[in-house]
Write a protein that binds this ligand. Structure first.
Ligand SMILES: [Zn+2]
Length: 68
């Protein structure tokens, strides 16, 4: 079962619970046992930038400023 982040609207406690997807909105605060909790949206967007890993030093050597 996936984990979901919740925040209690009563005491403001934020906690994490393992709930099934079908009952992800049903949770109670483990601190004050309140049912007024709201599910937080966890940002799982993994920003991956292009480019393959690997060493190798192949720096384009540039030089020689134009003068004149
Ligand atoms: Zn609470």
């Amino acid at each position: 079962m996936p984990f979901y982040d919740f925040q209690c609207e009563d005491c403001g406690n934020d906690f994490e619970l393992e709930r099934p997807i079908s009952r992800r909105d049903e949770a109670d605060c483990p601190r004050c046992r309140s049912r007024k909790v709201k599910r937080l949206v966890r940002s799982v967007n993994a920003i991956t930038t292009g480019g393959g890993g690997g060493g190798g030093g192949c720096a384009p050597s540039s030089g020689g400023s134009g003068g004149g």
